[in-house]
Every structure is written in structure tokens, then in C-alpha cells.
Design a protein around this ligand. Sequence first.
Ligand SMILES: Cc1cc2nc3c(=O)[nH]c(=O)nc-3n(C[C@H](O)[C@H](O)[C@H](O)COP(=O)(O)O)c2cc1C
Length: 213
Amino acid sequence: MSILRIRCSPRGLASESYRLSQRIVDRLTHTGPADGLDIVEFDATTLAHADSDYAAALAAPADPAHDVLGRGSLKASARLIQMLADASHIVLATPMHNFTVPSSLKSWLDHVVRVRSTFRITPQGNKVGVLEDRPVYVAISSGGAFSGDEARQPDFLTPYLRHVLATIGLRQVTFVSVEGTARGPALLEAARERAEAAIEGISFAAQQPEMSV
Ligand SMILES: Cc1cc2nc3c(=O)[nH]c(=O)nc-3n(C[C@H](O)[C@H](O)[C@H](O)COP(=O)(O)O)c2cc1C
């Protein structure tokens, strides 16, 4: 059992979303059910876009030969899916970019949402998740507000992530956000305090992994 944290900001360890994700990790490791667990870190900004072998494999009725599976995006995908399968808790640290997920997180999703691996398609054409469910915490940072009365922009980030994670079987998703980082230090501090209060209010005990590891 381990916590897998995916970092998605170009600002890396200095990012607001990483800072927020650390509060979640602290709660999980100090007072929550993940007490004492290892933290596995992955920087999604290092990922390339899905390559042509990967696109061909996903469109084909079966996986390609072993030599093709061992290179490029197919190889990266296998590693990233294994990391997901091994984790009992997942933390995504992400900014909002153009009303949705940044391209780094989209690339990570393109590598882990994979037919015949993390979801299957029924004869009727429905996608059914294959991963065992486990808690996912999403720490979001945005320049402006996207929720509540002060929202002045659409939110294509949280509904999209909820849908795409459910597609592979991950349904226990909790969002926490620091919104309005571009609105000056006082409003940023207030947004941080609201986010930290929201984290305090999460009932981690109610969100246990459903994995049998
Ligand atoms: C390419 C790009 C697009 C952005 N698009 C949005 C946006 O649509 N809405 C928003 O509120 N902020 C947007 N921002 C601002 C970031 O969300 C904001 O600076 C956030 O705090 C960055 O978090 P980070 O420190 O975790 O990277 C954008 C920033 C960048 C670099």
C-alpha cells in the first residue's frame, strides 16, 4: 500500500497545487488511514504525448507484439498503470489551464485510460472500469474562481476528471481547490484557509481502499 502523487504543474515543487496536495498527504499520513505509507511521486510534466504505436494499439482489436509493447508510449503506459494499480491512495496535484486539466495531466490520462488494460468495452459499446476502486484526492489551483458565487468562468476540470477516472473504475474522488491565486495575497491567503478547512473536514476513515492488498 502506498500513496501515489501525480504532479501536473509546470511550476513543480513551487506550485500552489503541489502545496495544497502536501496538506492532503500530511493528513493522510499523519492522521488518516494511510499512516506511515510510502509516497511514490511522479512528475507528469515529463511525459510526452501518446505516440503512433500507442494510437495504433488502442485502435486495434488486440495488443501488438512484445517488441512493440516494450517501447515508447506503450512502455510508459504499462509503467504508469502499474503505479496506479500498486497505490492504495492517489493524490493529483493540478492547476486549472484554460478551464480544464493541463496538458501534462491529459497526457498522463491518455497513458492510463487504456482499453483492455484499465477499461473494457461491452458489446453495447459502454466503457467499464477495470481498476479496483480506491480514494483519489485532487488538489486544484486556479488563477480565478471556478466554483461558488464568485465563479466567473466555466469548470470543465472537475466534471471531466470525475468522468474519466470513473471510466477506469476510480469513483471515490474528492476535490479540494485554492481558487483565485491571481487575485492578490489577501485573497490567496483566504482561499488557502478555506481549502485547508475543507481538508480538515474530509472524513478519511470513510474512504478506505476497496483493494484486497
Ligand atoms: C497556460 C495556463 C492557462 C491557465 N488557464 C487558467 C484558467 O483557465 N482559469 C484560471 O482560473 N486560471 C488559469 N491559469 C492560472 C493558473 O491556474 C494559476 O496560476 C494557478 O494558481 C497555477 O497553479 P500551480 O501553481 O499549481 O501551477 C492558467 C495558467 C496557465 C499557465
